[in-house]
Design a binder for this molecule. Structure first.
Ligand SMILES: Cc1ncc(COP(=O)(O)O)c(C=O)c1O
Length: 361
């Protein structure tokens, strides 16, 4: 086997010639942005592929969260999870809302619905859970709590393209789902993201916000900003979308291959999927202790294999940007979780090598 470095992920990319072929049209038309034909095509294709009513593509997943907050006119406290990427919380803060951290379920790694109600105050306006690693949240329990207290639900669905719940795309749940099409995601446009909703009026508003607040008559009718995706990025999304099923299937097979080879390792467990189906986009393993994790990480690094401590540290501990609120489960898990390499071009022999190193420690 070659001695090339193995990183936690690599982007899934369509053959270059196919991307170039789509770009040819961009050059011919001379339209690079402003809701061009490829952006519109990508939205239509994503809607039909995933079974969604409205998918508004935007420049990245962080902007998608900010646009969701803006479109729902939220001002106040938003209950979210500390077991996430910092973007969830920075988006809340950029929209001048206050993040309130709800601890997670130690098995699913998602926000624990049983802990939400105790955090609701007269300032609470919304719940923003994350489908962590594509693992579906308990969307029904969360919807019931939101309805009871008159709160909005925005899902940070950055990881969740391809995940399903009761046969539907997971992105159909909540008032708005905000997803990411970043290079590391199952489907990518290099940088990119999207807001998904079932509400036509809300979707029209999201599209106005994305484009400086313009309506169809070029009147400024909203407090918008620039959230547009370019034609060059949309072209990459269209090229990659052709391979989406293959990428999804491949992830599932490799995920199961890891489980089979690692299930006997003492002191190791995996994320539990309790409802719906994950998209198998990450392969996190949870160790009994940080010491065990560090030992495994060191041994893998010595073999030029670079897994990633993700999410680490727990976002509630970023005290330079948030006021600390204790979330003992998230703080504990984040110290002992490691995401193993998982991507389309990862070879079976490479997976075997990773498993062998972990198994022999
Ligand atoms: C949970 C979560 N939310 C939000 C984001 C932000 O997405 P983007 O990088 O497209 O801005 C990420 C990025 O990886 C993420 O992991």
């Amino acid at each position: 086997m070659s001695n090339k470095k193995i990183f936690v992920t690599q982007p899934s990319l369509a053959p270059l010639e196919e991307y170039v072929e789509i770009l040819r049209g961009v050059w011919e038309r001379g339209i690079l942005t402003h809701n061009g034909p490829l952006v519109q095509q990508l939205e239509k294709d994503l809607e039909s592929k995933l079974g969604l009513d409205y998918f508004t593509v935007v420049s990245n997943g962080t902007i998608a969260i900010q646009m969701a907050i803006k479109a729902l006119e939220l001002k106040g406290e938003i209950i979210t999870t500390p077991f996430t990427w910092v973007a969830t919380v920075s988006a809340i803060k950029w929209e001048e809302c206050t993040p309130v951290f709800c601890d997670i379920d130690p098995d699913t790694l998602n926000m624990d619905p049983a802990k939400i109600e105790a955090l609701i105050t007269d300032k609470t306006v919304a719940i923003m859970p994350v489908h962590v690693f594509g693992n579906p949240c308990d969307v029904e329990a969360i919807a019931a709590i939101a309805q009871k207290h008159g709160l909005k639900v925005i899902y940070d669905a950055a990881h969740a393209i391809g995940s399903t719940y009761k046969g539907n795309s997971l992105l159909t749940y909540g008032d708005i789902s905000a997803t990411s099409l970043h290079a590391t995601k199952l489907l990518n446009t290099a940088e990119g993201g999207g807001c998904i909703t079932t509400d036509a009026a809300l979707d029209a508003r999201l599209k106005r916000i994305r484009f400086f607040g313009h309506d169809e008559n070029k009147d400024i009718v909203e407090d918008g900003f620039n959230g547009k995706l370019t034609e060059v990025h949309a072209a990459l999304g269209l090229a990659n979308l052709k391979y989406y099923d293959e990428v999804l299937e491949d992830r599932k097979n490799k995920y199961q291959y890891y489980i089979e080879r690692l299930q006997e390792v003492e002191g190791v467990r995996f994320q539990e999927v309790k409802g719906g189906e994950t998209n198998y986009s990450y392969f996190p393993i949870i160790f009994e202790s940080e010491e065990q994790l560090l030992q495994v990480e060191k041994a893998l690094n010595a073999a030029d294999i670079f897994p990633r401590r993700y999410f680490y540290p727990s976002v509630n501990t970023y005290t330079k940007v948030v006021a600390y609120q204790a979330c003992p489960v998230s703080e504990d898990i984040s110290e002992r979780i490691l995401c193993l390499p998982l991507y389309l071009n990862l070879k079976e022999g490479e997976q075997d090598k990773i498993c062998e190193i972990i198994n022999t420690l």
